[in-house]
Design a protein around this ligand. Structure first.
Ligand SMILES: C[S@@+](CC[C@H](N)C(=O)[O-])C[C@H]1O[C@@H](n2cnc3c(N)ncnc32)[C@H](O)[C@@H]1O
Length: 248
């Protein structure tokens, strides 16, 4: 079982830090994957329409090796990446060493090392942990958000062809309908986004599929994906923290 599905399942168990084999074991291949993902910026556009972070304070939970920190820092007032896996914290720190308004700190989503009401946007992208059972992390995000702020969770869409069925093929216990119901019950909106993944070399595309899926599913995915690009469906879930006093 590879990263995404394993994490989605682990979220129903009381696990603290969820193993993410793709980025933990193959950070260089994952870097290639991050560069290939969403080459047209469809996810960023959708996110900006939901909550514009220009001039605001942003937290990126489960930031991995910080790939998205410099992107967020371009417009944000400040960006803090939070990541529980120490080798990735080190990589994220190195990545933002020259970015004055960005930093990376160690910690899990369930215990953010941040003060109350200090962020306007809490962003989590394919950050393992955010699925059914992640209520402690949702409470933490709510705690660090200022009134009027937003929690935005970007994740893979298990219902979207072709990538979603590959995920489900690797782990039939992963039920994308249940995952969506969980976020709806928690008061999140849902927006589906299709992003284009485009690679420069065929061997990169194949290497990425191999770190994401079991051998059998990767072989099938590679055979069914000619060329250098394919579309991947994402879910963007957003929940705003009320700005004023909420009357009973
Ligand atoms: C697939 S990676 C995505 C990293 C990054 N968001 C990106 O898009 O490049 C999943 C990340 O979730 C992190 N993670 C696992 N358990 C976590 C937890 N309890 N709290 C926060 N992040 C967690 C992993 O360490 C890993 O860095």
């Amino acid at each position: 079982m590879k990263g995404f599905v394993r994490a989605a399942l682990a979220a129903v168990r009381p696990v603290d830090v969820l193993p993410s084999p793709n980025i933990w074991h193959w950070p260089e291949v994952y870097e290639v994957e991050n560069r290939a993902q969403d080459v047209d910026g469809a996810i960023w556009s959708a996110l900006r329409e939901e909550f514009d972070w220009a001039g605001r304070d942003v937290v990126d939970v489960g930031c991995g090796d910080g790939f998205h920190l410099p992107v967020l820092a371009r417009d944000a007032r400040s960006v803090i990446g939070v990541e529980p896996h120490p080798p990735l914290v080190r990589r994220a720190r190195a990545r933002v060493a020259e970015v004055p308004n960005a930093e990376a700190v160690a910690g899990p989503a369930q215990r953010l090392p941040l003060r109350d009401a200090t962020a306007d946007l809490v962003h989590a992208r394919t950050a393992y942990f955010f699925g059914p059972g992640c209520e402690p992390g949702l409470r933490e995000a709510e705690r660090v958000l200022r009134p009027g702020g937003a929690l935005a969770i970007v994740d893979l869409d298990g219902l979207a062809e072709p990538y979603g069925p590959w995920l489900c093929a690797d782990e039939p216990r992963y039920n994308p309908v249940d995952v969506e119901r969980f976020f709806a019950d928690q008061g999140f909106s849902l927006r589906r986004v299709r992003a284009l993944w485009r690679f420069e070399r065929r061997e990169d595309l194949e290497a990425v599929l191999r770190i994401e899926f079991s051998e059998a599913v990767a072989a099938k995915a590679i055979a069914r994906t000619p060329g250098l690009s394919f579309e991947v469906g994402y879910r963007l879930h957003v929940r705003r923290k009320p700005a004023g006093i909420v009357l009973p």
